[in-house]
Design a binder for this molecule. Structure first.
Ligand code: UT7
Length: 329
């Protein structure tokens, strides 16, 4: 990728619903407790979107902030990619709704469904349009309203998820900053491990599908846990070997926030200090494709990354999908 135009992040934004659901709130809804949730997942609280609002509302707020930080107007955007598994509608796409909301009428717009790896896939796709010179200003959004596909009677899943949106603007790099490499993977043989069974062409909405709660997330947590710990390290090693670097060279590692135990396991395996591996799962839960862009935005806002820093991001999720991005800040 070295001879091609690289992509840099020139602006970022995040949007979170105001309503906070604490572990104590959940104790009143299902047979669970703060001790179990905190020790097994690292989650203390999560956000839940107000009734009447949807993905595009959070995506819009995050996108406006990202554009402002990048010094761009909506009319400048060439392409919008919204990574989401909870779009406003099966069709049209949330990215088209966002295009209209922003007034970004020059932009091509598409949604990208790659589970919790969606933001990584979307960054990689966006960077390709910049690499080949087709586009200059790409808005990439990770947005999820998982509270709408969560069974609030199922303690094995309802304690895990949250709502949020993160956005970044990708532009061509001028110096040697930018996306150095990416690594994308999928294995559809694991499709049943994490899915929303109904609402698609396989099981359209019916009285039976509603009665059987088939429109909610079903997950085999144990298997996903094992899969995650394996593929995150593999993905990072692939990217690092290609660039002839080790984990000691990384300044920051943004991991998908699905479980603090997964994050800690990876961090310890790589012998990285806590301050280099951001955590926000305690405050927001698992927001699927929104977790990494929100964490990234929080670190950008506090000025953590300095020019030349090596930043890695790795995610995994439904599909199964997994992947990573390595970038020089
Ligand atoms: O975003 C991408 C995809 N998602 C993930 O990466 C999630 C990965 N998996 C996980 O994070 C973990 O597997 C979970 C947090 C989902 C579950 O943690 P675990 O340590 O694997 O627990 P478990 O499913 O093995 O359940 C252990 C026990 C069970 O009780 P018994 O059978 O031992 O009596 C569960 O019924 O904990 C029980 N349990 C709960 N107890 C209190 C399950 N959920 C709860 C709960 N509160 N909320």
């Amino acid at each position: 990728m070295s001879n091609r135009v690289k992509s840099v992040i020139t602006g970022s934004g995040a949007a979170l619903p105001e309503r906070v659901i604490t572990n104590n709130d959940l104790e009143k809804m299902v047979d669970t407790n703060d001790e179990w949730i905190l020790s097994r997942t690292g989650i203390r609280e999560r956000r839940k979107l107000e009734d009447g609002l949807s993905s595009v509302d959070l995506a819009d707020r995050a996108a406006v902030e990202a554009l402002e930080k990048a010094g761009l107007k909506a009319a400048d955007i060439d392409m919008i990619i919204a990574a989401t598994v909870t779009p406003d509608y099966p069709t049209p796409s949330t990215s088209c709704l966002l295009q209209a909301r922003l007034g970004a009428f020059k932009a091509a717009a598409m949604d990208l469904s790659a589970g919790c790896t969606g933001f990584i896939y979307a960054l990689a796709v966006g960077s390709q349009f910049i690499s080949c010179g087709t586009y200059k200003n790409i808005l990439v959004v990770g947005v999820e309203i998982l509270s709408r596909v969560t069974d609030w009677d199922d303690r094995s899943t309802c304690v895990l998820f949250g709502d949020g949106a993160g956005a970044v603007v990708l532009q061509p790099a001028t110096g040697d900053s930018g996306i150095v490499s990416f690594s994308l993977h999928s294995d559809g043989r694991g499709a049943d491990l994490l899915k929303i069974p109904a609402g698609g062409s396989m099981i359209p909405a019916s009285h039976e599908s509603l009665q059987n709660k088939m429109h909610f997330i079903k997950m085999n947590g144990n298997e996903i846990f094992k899969f995650a710990t394996r593929v995150v390290e593999d993905t990072l090693n692939q990217m690092m070997q290609k660039e002839n670097i080790t984990a000691a060279d990384l300044d920051y590692l943004f991991l998908h926030q699905a479980n603090l135990r997964i994050i800690d396991y990876i961090r310890k395996r790589l012998r990285m200090p806590e301050e280099k591996v951001p955590v926000n799962i305690d405050r927001y839960g698992n927001m699927s494709s929104a977790t990494i862009p929100i964490a990234l935005h929080e670190y950008i806002v506090k000025g953590a990354m300095k020019k030349g820093d090596l930043v890695a991001m790795v995610a995994f999720g439904a599909g199964l999908t997994w992947g990573g991005i390595l970038m020089k800040w």
